[in-house]
Ligand binder design. Structure first.
Ligand SMILES: C[S@@+](CC[C@H](N)C(=O)[O-])C[C@H]1O[C@@H](n2cnc3c(N)ncnc32)[C@H](O)[C@@H]1O
Length: 402
């Protein structure tokens, strides 16, 4: 080893120890085995060419491959999210685990968790990515991890059934191969996108379907191949303002909605607390009768046309010619925030009333972490569709609110 290699290894060890401490402090890591795995695997060896500080940053992804538009199609996931998902997965020594969406690092962490008597298979649809993962795994000493070039939509049946399947690309749906590829008590951890919002959900098998044990906010590159989201529609209303939906009930008319945006705004305050934004977002997304996501650029927000809530996308209630979405303001009485609605268009009053009602219902009845119990039921959607049910290609997502 040269002097430079030596000092790099020392820097990496120090950065890794700091990363593990910080992940524990922020509760991304809550168990000893996951902490030990993160301490053991040299993360920087899976990010060759990247600065050490980037490789060991808690919240940054490390780019691996981009598409022709310069958008990431493969990254090394952020360490905090990997910690959260491995805690959700609750992997024990000796288990057989499949990872769909590869890079090598997460597979190495899983190998640490299953130990010498366990088995890890990691699959990627992209040959560049899987070749790179193979090289990194070998280089870091994880030769026993099996790498497979495959579209994960069909699972990897050769080694099934798995005790755990962990998906690391945003999935629009859950194919039967994932459910059937699990052991009877198996667990699937998947970043599932429902009406444009994604949560990493830990699902246990329940009969033919799945029942959630936990869900956490997650952001991932999209699934490619057979399982890619084909149902998403996105329209630009004007420069810097877009509306996106996969809700079949929504008739997206960009000209009418842009005209609505040009009309004076109606603002309604709910009198209800605004906090736990990711919980509220999930509730709104699943309960608005016709749901889309409104996105606005910084310029548009600074111009005052659209509220800052739309910077990362906000659940919107849309009719053909009107739109309503959530906002917030400081509440001096509580030192917190109050939720409210901004609505535009001829139906602004009606949409604002419906939206405010949901904000109040959430604050009164469901304002807590983990209020949603999410089920996935494979097979054709029942007709008429139950309230709180979201039809997918291979089944239905249903949610019960506690
Ligand atoms: C966020 S990256 C995976 C990160 C990785 N797990 C790690 O260790 O950091 C997502 C990966 O999913 C892959 N992917 C997308 N669609 C896929 C599919 N249908 N089947 C298998 N892999 C897929 C992409 O090629 C990409 O490499």
């Amino acid at each position: 080893m040269t002097a430079i290699d030596d000092s790099t290894a020392r820097d990496a060890d120090a950065l890794r120890a700091g990363m593990v401490r910080a992940l524990r402090d922020q509760d991304s890591i809550t168990s000893e085995p996951v902490a030990a795995a993160f301490a053991a695997v040299p993360r920087h060896r899976f990010a060759p060419g990247a600065p050490l500080e980037l490789a060991y940053d808690l919240h940054c992804t490390v780019p691996v491959k981009k598409d022709e538009h310069g958008l990431d199609i493969s990254v090394m996931s952020a360490a905090h999210l990997q910690g959260v998902m491995l805690e959700q997965a609750d992997i024990k020594p000796g288990m057989k685990v499949l990872e769909i969406g590869s890079g090598g690092y997460n597979a190495a962490l899983i190998q640490e968790l299953v130990g010498d008597h366990g088995m890890v298979t990691t699959a990627d649809i992209d040959h560049d990515v899987i070749d790179r993962a193979r090289r990194c795994l070998d280089d870091a000493g994880y030769r026993q991890v099996k790498t497979v070039l495959a579209d994960g939509e069909s699972g990897v049946p050769d080694s099934a059934p798995y005790d755990r399947i962990i998906v690391t690309a945003a999935a629009w749906d859950i194919p039967a191969s994932w459910i059937n590829g699990l052991t009877k008590n198996g667990r699937l951890v998947v970043p599932l996108t429902v009406h444009g919002t994604t949560r990493s959900i830990a699902f246990d098998r329940e009969g033919d379907g799945l029942l959630s044990r936990s869900y956490r906010l997650a952001r991932f590159v999209p699934m490619q191949g057979e399982g890619a989201a084909r149902e998403e529609r996105k329209v630009l209303l004007r420069d810097g303002v877009a509306v996106q939906t996969d809700d079949a009930r929504v008739n997206l008319l960009p000209e009418a909605l842009n005209h609505a945006l040009g009309m004076p705004r109606l603002v309604r305050w709910s009198g209800a607390a605004y906090d736990l934004p990711d919980e509220l977002e999930l509730y709104l997304t699943l309960n608005l009768p016709t749901v889309a996501r409104l996105h606005a650029s910084t310029d548009v927000v600074e111009s005052g046309l659209v509220e800052a809530s739309a910077l990362l996308g906000v659940p919107a209630l849309v009719s053909e010619d009107s739109i309503a979405y959530r906002t917030r303001r400081e509440d001096r009485d509580t030192d917190g925030f109050e939720s409210g609605v901004v609505a535009h268009g001829p139906q602004a009053e009606a949409l604002a009333d419906q939206y405010v009602e949901l904000l109040r219902r959430w604050a009164q009845n469901h304002r807590r972490r983990g209020a949603a119990e999410i089920r996935y039921l494979p097979g054709p959607a029942p007709s008429p569709l139950l309230e709180d049910a979201v039809p997918k290609r291979h089944g239905v997502v249903t949610v019960t609110w506690h």
